[in-house]
Design a protein around this ligand. Structure first.
Ligand SMILES: Cc1ncc(COP(=O)(O)O)c(C=O)c1O
Length: 426
């Protein structure tokens, strides 16, 4: 391609991939192997000492997964990626590289319910504490920062509320505090928003959603933005201090602007173990080839559905940042100018019972706990995904009793709307 910088669609299809050098296979092969034969004893020794890049064991590296890692890093504009078994695994490995017992994560309280659980309950067992901040009150992030803060964590478009986060403003607070800014970009995907361009240091994905895009594989990806100085403060010892198991090398000193991705791989993935199956990597890679086409269609359909709901007498309110007049419209225009994504929430005038009735009467929509499928999906978060939260947490997370969440799929918009219309009537 010479000196041309490839466009997003070209990268979605080609980044990281080349015809298989042995067979000429054009699609990326599924390297379904646990381990790799060493050239000789010296080769093995240099691989184990991190002196040579190469494959040892699929828990740590795999050639199919490597294509996925390079592709997502390219789409996000990062320096390196790491593919793991799920979005939650991606989050766990990111925090594992940063946190020691007693440290704090400053997190947006507008997050996917599972992430609120992960941060509130499971991470407590590691001695990692969370301090919540409100993306509708940017100063609350600055107020939440303490000497124990190790990072700030938000979602670009938050699940389930249709909330767009002011990334640049929060990135500045993280920079002033000297901590990395981590953005979960699952709902936007890099087609709609590239958080690194707005100051994110690390991006995480549930590849289960729009990257894979077909509702068939669980996976996660970490992208290193390459921007954070891990050695400056001495507060990130995993990256700045000598590693005894790797002959005393310091990861940041040795690997520079992709040291964070290396740390997540050679410490977190090696020891905690949530490796992605190469088969899932293949399916997610295949999904990414059509990411730009799918995301645009998701957005176009979602806007039509939001407009329909806004005018329906049974609907009290619609939260979709693509709608003119929506509270997050101007943030969406800044951060996601091509569209506000597939996910929206709306409130039914009939409250909790009407929400249950609606999800029971849809026919084209599937009632299930997922987003980012080709199919249109519906859920009543208060009785399902956000059930474990207190009422206060539910409302704070945009999952109050009357709320219904849609992930608008790629079917004909007229059919999606017709299904909602008959279910709302029923
Ligand atoms: C925004 C967001 N982040 C993370 C996750 C967790 O991802 P996974 O289910 O792949 O572990 C989800 C799952 O719904 C999500 O919506």
């Amino acid at each position: 391609m010479g000196d041309r910088v490839p466009g997003f669609s070209t990268l979605s299809i080609h980044a990281g991939a080349q015809p298989d050098p042995t067979t000429g296979a054009r699609a990326t092969p599924i390297y379904q192997t646990t381990s790799y034969v060493f050239d000789d004893v010296d080769h093995a020794a240099s691989l184990f000492a991190l002196q040579t890049f190469g494959n040892i064991y699929t828990r740590i590296t795999n050639p199919t997964n490597a294509v996925l890692e390079e592709r997502v890093a390219a789409l996000e504009g990062g320096t390196a990626g790491l593919a793991v078994a799920s979005g939650h695994a991606a989050q766990t490995l990111v925090f594992h590289a940063l946190m020691t017992p007693g440290d704090e994560i400053v997190a947006s309280k507008k997050l996917y319910g599972g992430s609120i659980n992960q941060l509130t309950h499971s991470f407590k067992n590691f001695g990692w504490n969370v301090v919540w901040a409100d993306p509708d009150d940017i100063d609350s992030f600055a107020r939440a920062v303490s000497p124990k803060t190790k990072c700030i964590f938000v979602e670009s478009i938050a699940n389930p509320g249709g909330i767009v986060t002011d990334l640049e403003a929060i990135a500045k607070i993280a920079k002033d505090a000297g901590v990395p800014f981590i953005v979960d970009n699952t709902l936007a995907s890099p087609y709609l928003c590239r958080p690194i361009e707005f100051g994110a240091d690390i991006v995480v994905h549930s590849a289960t959603k729009f990257l894979g895009g077909h509702g068939n594989s669980i996976g996660g990806v970490i992208v290193d933005g390459g921007s954070f100085d891990w050695s400056a403060s001495g507060r990130y010892p995993m990256l700045s201090e000598p590693r005894p198991e790797y002959a005393g090398i310091k990861l940041h000193e040795t690997f520079g602007n992709f040291a964070f991705a290396i740390a997540c791989r050679v410490l977190g993935l090696r020891d905690l173990g949530p490796a992605l199956s190469p088969f899932n990597a293949f399916l997610i890679l295949t999904g990414i080839e059509t990411l730009p086409l799918r995301m645009q269609r998701h957005c176009d359909n979602a806007l039509k559905v939001a407009e329909f709901l806004q005018n329906h007498p049974a609907v009290a309110w619609v939260s979709y940042a693509g709608l003119p007049g929506d509270k997050y419209r101007s943030l969406a225009q800044k951060y996601c100018p091509k569209g506000a994504g597939a996910v929206m929430t709306f409130g039914l005038k009939g409250g909790y019972d009407a929400g249950i009735a609606l999800v029971s009467n849809v026919q084209l929509f599937s009632h299930l706990a997922n987003i980012g499928d080709t199919r249109s999906l519906i859920i009543h978060p208060a009785s399902t995904t956000h059930r474990q939260l207190t009422d206060e947490q539910k409302i704070a997370a945009g999952a109050g009793p009357d709320v219904v969440r849609l992930s608008v799929g790629l079917e004909d918009a007229e059919d999606i709307i017709a299904d909602l219309e008959q279910a709302l009537k029923a």
